[in-house]
Ligand binder design. Structure first.
Ligand SMILES: Nc1ncnc2c1ncn2[C@@H]1O[C@H](COP(=O)(O)OP(=O)(O)OP(=O)(O)O)[C@@H](O)[C@H]1O
Length: 355
C-alpha cells in the first residue's frame, strides 16, 4: 500500500506532501480544486500511466518550470518519477535509477482506478475496452507492457509505409514479423484475463443489482485464430485503405447482459452497474493472481451512485485494501457508516491538508 505522496509542479499543485494511513484517505473539496490530480499522481508514481492523458506535458503545472516530480513510499519502497520537457521521464526506486519502464514497474504495486468515465467501458469504442485490458494486462503479465509498446511501434511504422505510394512491401513484411511476435503475448494474455474476469464480473453484477444477471464477456481477436493468415488476407484491403486493419489494436471485448449486447440493450443503470462490476472484477483478478491487494483509486463515483448501489459497492470492496476516494460532499459517507480506517483530507485550490 501507499504510505506517502509528494508532488512538485504537478497539475494545479506547486507542492504537496501527504501521509496516508493503511486504510487510505477520503479527499473532499469543491470542483476543480485538485482531488483527481492527487489520484492521478498516485497512478503515475505506481504504474507510470495516467488514466486522464497520455501527454506528460499537460500534467506539468502551467505556471511551473516545465516539468514535474512525484515521489512517495509505496509497498515499502521509496519511488520517484520526474518528467521534464527537455529530458523526458526518469525514475528511481530506493534512490537507484531504473533504466526502463519495465524495470521500474517490475516491483511496483497494483492499482484499480474507478471513475464516472468507466461507463464508457460499456458504451464507448473498442479502444476504451482495449485500454481496460491493457491496464490489467500490464499488471498481470510482466512482459505485457513491453510487447504492447513494440507492437504499437510496429503498427505505426507499417501505417506510415502503407501511406507511401511507392512499393514498400519488404519493409512492411519486416514490421509485420515484429507485430506477429508481440501480438502472441497480447492475445494470449487478453484471452486469459477475459476468462478470469467473466465469473468475477457476473458475481459483482449480481451483488450490485441485487439479483442475478447473466454476464458474458467475449474476447474477439481482430486477427482471428491465425494473425499471419489474417494479415495475408487483409493485404489488398490494407493497401486500398492505407491503414493496418487487423491485429490486437483492433481487438474487441464484447459484453452481453442477460444474453443481449450491453451497449445496445442494457438500461443506463444496468450499464453503470456492469462498469462497476468490471472494475471490481479487475481488483479480484489482480489480487488473486499476484497475491497482493491492489490500492483502489476511486474518483468521485460514490456521490453519484444511488443508495443501493453505493452500499453494495462499499460492501464488496475488500475491507483490508487501501482506498483513496475523492468526493465533493461527505453526506453519503456519513450515511454509509463514516470514514472507518480512512483519514479525511480537505483539498482546496491546489492545497491539501488532513482535516
Ligand atoms: N497542467 C496544469 N497546470 C495547472 N493547473 C492545471 C493543470 N491541469 C489541470 N489543472 C487545473 O487543476 C484544477 C484541478 O483539477 P482536478 O481535476 O484535480 O480537480 P477536482 O478537484 O478533481 O475537480 P472535480 O471535482 O471537478 O473533478 C483544475 O482547475 C484544472 O483546470
Amino acid at each position: 500500500m501507499i504510505r506517502s505522496l509528494r508532488v512538485v509542479d504537478f497539475r494545479c499543485f506547486e507542492s504537496l506532501a501527504l501521509t496516508v494511513p493503511e486504510g487510505g484517505g477520503v479527499f473532499t473539496g469543491n470542483n476543480a480544486q485538485g482531488k483527481t490530480s492527487i489520484l492521478e499522481a498516485v497512478c503515475l508514481m505506481v504504474r507510470l500511466h495516467s488514466p486522464r492523458s497520455h501527454r506528460m506535458s499537460t500534467m506539468a503545472r502551467v505556471a511551473g518550470t516545465g516539468g514535474f516530480g512525484i515521489a512517495g513510499e509505496a509497498w515499502g519502497m521509496e519511488r520517484r518519477i520526474r518528467w521534464a520537457r527537455r529530458t523526458g521521464m526518469d525514475f528511481a526506486v530506493d534512490g537507484e535509477e531504473r533504466s526502463s519502464h519495465g524495470n521500474y514497474l517490475s516491483d511496483g504495486g497494483l492499482l484499480v482506478w474507478m471513475g464516472n468515465e468507466d461507463l464508457e467501458l460499456v458504451r464507448g469504442s473498442g479502444e476504451v475496452r482495449r485500454r481496460y485490458l491493457d491496464f490489467i494486462g500490464s499488471q498481470f503479465e510482466p512482459g505485457y507492457r513491453r510487447a504492447l509498446s513494440r507492437y504499437r511501434r510496429a503498427v505505426k511504422a507499417k501505417n506510415l509505409l502503407l501511406k507511401d505510394p511507392r512499393n514498400r512491401d519488404a519493409e512492411i513484411a519486416s514490421y509485420e514479423s515484429v507485430m506477429l511476435e508481440s501480438a502472441r503475448l497480447l492475445t494470449e494474455t487478453r484471452a486469459k484475463l477475459v476468462a478470469l474476469l467473466t465469473p468475477a464480473a457476473a458475481e459483482f453484477q449480481g451483488e450490485i443489482a441485487g439479483k442475478p444477471e447473466q454476464v458474458d464477456l467475449e474476447y474477439r481477436p481482430a486477427g482471428g485464430e491465425d494473425l499471419a493468415l489474417a494479415l495475408e488476407q487483409a493485404r489488398d484491403r490494407e493497401r486500398r485503405q492505407r491503414s493496418c486493419l487487423v491485429g490486437p489494436h483492433r481487438d474487441e471485448l464484447v459484453m452481453k447482459l442477460n444474453g443481449l449486447a450491453a451497449d445496445d440493450y442494457a438500461s443506463e443503470g444496468q450499464q453503470r452497474t456492469l462498469a462497476l462490476a468490471l472494475k471490481l472484477a479487475q481488483g479480484r483478478v489482480l489480487a488473486e493472481c499476484r497475491g497482493q491487494q491492489p490500492v483502489w483509486l476511486i474518483d468521485d463515483i460514490f456521490g453519484e451512485l444511488d443508495v443501493a448501489r453505493r452500499n453494495a459497492v462499499l460492501r464488496v470492496l475488500p475491507e483490508q485494501a487501501q482506498k483513496w476516494i475523492t468526493t465533493t460532499h461527505l453526506d453519503w459517507l456519513d450515511a454509509a457508516g463514516g470514514l472507518g480506517r480512512m483519514a479525511k483530507f480537505a483539498v482546496s485550490e491546489g492545497t491539501c491538508r488532513e482535516a
